[in-house]
Design a protein around this ligand. Sequence first.
Ligand code: HEC
Ligand code: HEC
Length: 190
Amino acid sequence: MRLRYPLTLTALALSLAAGLVIGDDDEHERDRQRGHSTMFRQADFSPAQDPTYRSECGGCHFAYPPGLLPARSWEALLDGLGDHFGDNAELSDAVTAQLRGYLTTQAADSAEASGRAPAVAASIPASETPLRFTATRYFQRKHHEIDPRTVHDNPQVGSLSACAACHTQADAGSFDEHQVRIPGMGRWED
Ligand code: HEC
Ligand code: HEC
């Protein structure tokens, strides 16, 4: 008799937990089916494949896909490599010109833009030239639920600019929230 009350509570907690788990599985199942019906899920952003870009701009940080920013932003970044977020990332004129060609033809507002890139371009007012994707409203809308302490106080992340620290398939251009693993925190569940 003395145990009845706690047992009832335990049963209630268990059934609630089961309900939540089932609900979550349903959602994942729907995502899987959606993925299968299109066979190959289109990348959110075409990954950066140009070898020069990858070696010159992917050494200090993740090689950001060109579709993250409009052409005018890439131009401004290339024009200011001498003081690049406090670092000197200067390159020869020839290499800079080559990167300019690559980045502007693949930019968010270019004819090559695919996946989420056109929506990113459309979300940036023409009067703005952001030097960071992380400074765009598009990015901030997707990341406002993240506790800043799990980023800045986390030596395995350090900054929201470190896309690949959390997005396990970032290098393939996939940023699906179900593939996020924040180091030290595990799977992202919202
Ligand atoms: C010497 C190291 C270094 C090199 C080389 C370098 N970067 Fe960076 N880059 C940085 C640093 C540092 C930041 C700021 C990162 C942070 O805030 O965590 C940054 C940030 C960026 C950002 C903003 C990311 C965001 O959305 O917050 C872009 C875009 C970028 N770099 C593009 C480039 C391009 C293009 C090249 C090649 C021409 C390049 N970087 C080469 C060091 C470098
Ligand atoms: C600290 C970990 C972390 C970092 C660093 C990070 N993200 Fe995310 N990102 C997330 C989480 C968590 C979500 C899902 C948020 C949600 O659903 O509420 C997300 C969502 C997204 C989405 C939307 C995905 C979807 O399914 O709707 C995109 C696109 C994205 N991130 C791109 C980037 C890019 C590009 C960078 C680097 C400039 C970056 N993220 C850096 C954790 C991170």
